[in-house]
Design a protein around this ligand. Structure first.
Ligand SMILES: Nc1ncnc2c1ncn2[C@@H]1O[C@H](COP(=O)(O)OP(=O)(O)OP(=O)(O)O)[C@@H](O)[C@H]1O
Ligand SMILES: [Mg+2]
Length: 368
């Protein structure tokens, strides 16, 4: 398959007034690299390091937040979130899956559990005070679920403050991994969940439309993060100027925006470059039918580097697998219904790679 080239920035992807960005959320607090330790063992010291900007490569640690997103619907985000959660739980990690597809919640069905009586609505509507009060068992040890609101418009469109509260509470859950299943599209809600994660994982299928949507998604996330960084460093004017003179200066990519800022103010440019360099999403290609399809992941990573000047980690591919849709029809996760399936093997490799990436910051290797 030919590599799909990222297109030019569209105005709606630029930093825009829109919904306010909360810098403290987009640049979550991080602690130095540490091995997984049980939450009980991390009481001391967890308060002291309110660091503004997160580490380039985030170590696995209690409460590591993963978010599975992508520009398109129906590409396997929920399938991956549910089964990756199961894979990690089976390895003894404590995992809470959160159905953050506000307005389109169906993660409980992917997991084969009944619609829970308590959902995210109860937390958002303040019927309960803590997020862990809406965690329900998800069918196997170590795995919990926060189900999305099934019919609440309030939750489908949370107010900014509600979203901030939810994002903050993710890190208070006493688990090893919080895994967010995101909705489709590039709304601010989706992007903010993606950006708050320690590892944002982009899913795409090897079709030009999906690859295009994938770039659009990741570019929108990039600009949302850029907006937060501008606010932190007080360089809104410089970035706005670079953005507004895009046409006349021939600026086409996010990397060139950074270069333009650098030209005007080297110190500001360096800050921006360093912070944006920390924007390092993971990538999964789903429904691959050939080796060429699997190579699309490496091509996307290479294009992201070439045109955006940034890194992305290819976590691996999942083949198109009849066992998947058969399991979906039985309302069972494929890892439980068909543990020897190609998808189960692929999911295990992806989990290996994800865990391996924790605490490392070297460039991604090509993955087949
Ligand atoms: N690897 C695969 N092999 C075969 N079928 C697949 C595969 N991945 C996904 N599917 C099919 O695609 C359907 C949609 O997957 P899923 O619900 O995970 O997508 P989604 O990206 O979460 O969609 P939405 O944005 O609507 O929530 C699944 O129900 C399944 O039938
Ligand atoms: Mg989904």
């Amino acid at each position: 398959m030919t590599e799909s080239r990222p297109g030019n920035d569209s105005p709606r992807e630029s930093p825009s007034p829109g919904e306010p960005v909360s810098p403290s959320l987009l640049l979550p607090v991080k602690e130095p690299a540490a091995p997984i330790v049980p939450p009980e063992a991390r009481v001391a010291g967890s308060e002291k390091k309110r660091r503004l900007v997160r580490a380039a490569s985030v170590p696995t640690r209690p409460g590591c937040v993963l978010a599975v997103g992508g520009g398109k619907g129906g590409i396997g985000k929920s399938l991956i979130a549910a089964n990756l959660g199961i894979e990690l739980a089976r390895r003894g990690k404590r995992v809470v899956l959160i159905d953050a597809d506000l307005g389109g919640a169906n993660l409980h069905t992917c997991l084969g559990v009944q619609p829970p009586k308590v959902t995210l609505s109860d937390f958002i509507d303040r019927k309960v005070g803590k997020l862990n009060q809406v965690v329900v068992p998800a069918g196997l040890p170590n795995l919990g679920l926060v189900s999305g609101a099934l019919d609440s418009l309030d939750v489908a469109n949370p107010r900014h403050g509600e979203k901030v509260k939810l994002l903050r509470n993710l890190r208070a859950l006493p688990v090893d991994f919080v895994l967010l299943d995101l909705g489709a599209g590039t709304s601010y809600n989706v992007l903010d969940f993606f950006l708050t994660a320690d590892h944002g994982i982009l899913v795409l299928v090897p079709e030009p439309t999906s690859v295009e949507n994938g770039y659009r998604f990741i570019k929108a996330a990039f600009f949302r993060r850029l907006a937060a960084i501008q606010a932190v460093y007080g360089i809104e004017d410089l970035v706005t100027e670079a953005m507004s003179r895009r046409q006349e200066n021939g600026i086409k990519t996010p990397y060139e925006v950074i270069a333009a800022v650098h030209e005007r103010d080297p110190a500001a440019g360096e800050n921006l470059e360093r912070e944006m360099g920390r924007f390092r999403p993971g990538l999964i290609v789903n429904q691959a039918r050939s080796d060429t399809d699997r190579e699309v992941g490496n091509a996307v990573v290479a294009a992201w580097h070439k045109y955006f000047g940034l890194e992305m980690d290819y976590l691996g591919a999942i083949g198109y697998d009849d066992e998947v849709w058969k399991a979906v029809r039985k309302r069972r996760p494929v890892l439980l219904e068909s543990p020897g399936s190609e998808t189960a093997v692929a999911m295990a490799r992806i989990a290996d790679r994800l865990l391996q990436l924790d605490g490392t910051s070297g460039p991604a290797q090509a993955v087949r």
